[in-house]
Design a protein around this ligand. Sequence first.
Ligand code: NAD
Ligand code: DAU
Length: 368
Amino acid sequence: MKNILITGGAGFIGSHVVRLFVTKYPDYHIVNLDKLTYAGNLANLADIERAENYTFVKADICDFDTILDLLRRYEIDGIIHLAAESHVDRSIKDPFTFARTNVMGTLSLLQAARLYWESLPERYEGKRFYHISTDEVYGALELTRLEGGDEPGGGPFGDDFFVETTKYNPHSPYSASKASSDHFVRAFHDTYGMPTIVTNCSNNYGPYQFPEKLIPLFINNIRHRKPLPVYGKGENVRDWLYVEDHARAIDIIFHRGGVAETYNIGGFNEWKNIDLIKVIIKTVDRLLGNEEGASLDLITYVTDRAGHDLRYAIDSTKLKTELGWEPSLQFEEGIERTVRWYLDNQSWLDNITSGDYEKYYDEMYKQR
Ligand code: NAD
Ligand code: DAU
């Protein structure tokens, strides 16, 4: 495969995937298609934007004609689909946008890929449609050990994990829209023979994450001495994975994953929100030279998120056994790196909060 379309490449995870592919595969032409919604920021890719094997296209995945034209123009062999509305709280306020982008957008991409690839003499030979999804489609797990433990074979907060065969049971409009898109992807394999792959990943953290998500939001708020809004009692559990480890998994699965397979990707790294928040506070305070615990008073318990899933925990044994992937970074190192990055890149955060990063596209691309 030589011409790869990555959708949503100006977002958090997408920018790490684009960077990895552009630098690791000089023989590939990487086309990054992104609508540049509030979450898309080309400054995330400033270091590679002039690479010869990289092209950025501003477009909406829902725009079927544009997508079909682009697939033909760049003779796309492989698609890695990350473009989505990704924030649960926004989906609670505005579910339509999530259905439009995540469901109709994915369908539009699938249908365009089908028409283009079926028009070629080799049809689906050497082609691949890789859809990036979330563990949230599986619903929520029980929290049977409230204080955490180290039971053999179980997670610290419960014995069960999400596996690839766990039944879908989404609760938020976001996860319902992602579940629906996953079903469409699998239906395109079963109905048309399209070579598809789906992966379901746990919570990512690391540089370039939009500061509406827990970790960057809290780092930024601590720096500015703003309240840290903890939903409910802070007892919900998430399984955190460093974003570069996710990008590495995507690379391996894109190249070596089996057609029509599903792989779960996770960190085996469960944290209760309130404990994670205390680690963030401690790390930020230390790096800013504040007294230990100086920012603990910012913790503010607020009304819980509606339909808030209690616990996510991914079992990624299949990926380890079949393709040899496992997380490379210890959480302590990952969180230290992450906090340092946000503190060192305050201008990146400031540009987002002021909305200035939207000008980047006009300056860098529009006039070309
Ligand atoms: P993000 O919100 O940071 O980025 C999404 C990107 O998609 C943005 O650049 C945005 O401009 C683009 N986009 C949105 N609507 C579009 C449209 N209609 N057409 C073209 N581009 C559009 O999201 P993220 O956190 O990087 O997540 C990327 C993918 O990974 C999503 O599919 C998400 O469901 C999935 N995922 C995320 C996580 C996580 O922890 N962040 C975990 C598992 C799976
Ligand atoms: O599990 C994968 C999912 O992880 C991805 O599919 C989503 O795109 C991604 O946004 C993320 O979803 P979460 O809802 O888990 O992430 P978020 O950062 O919004 O919240 C993490 C936890 O922290 C969650 O239990 C809610 C809580 N929280 C979040 C915010 C923003 C708070 O307590 N306070 C907050 O202000």
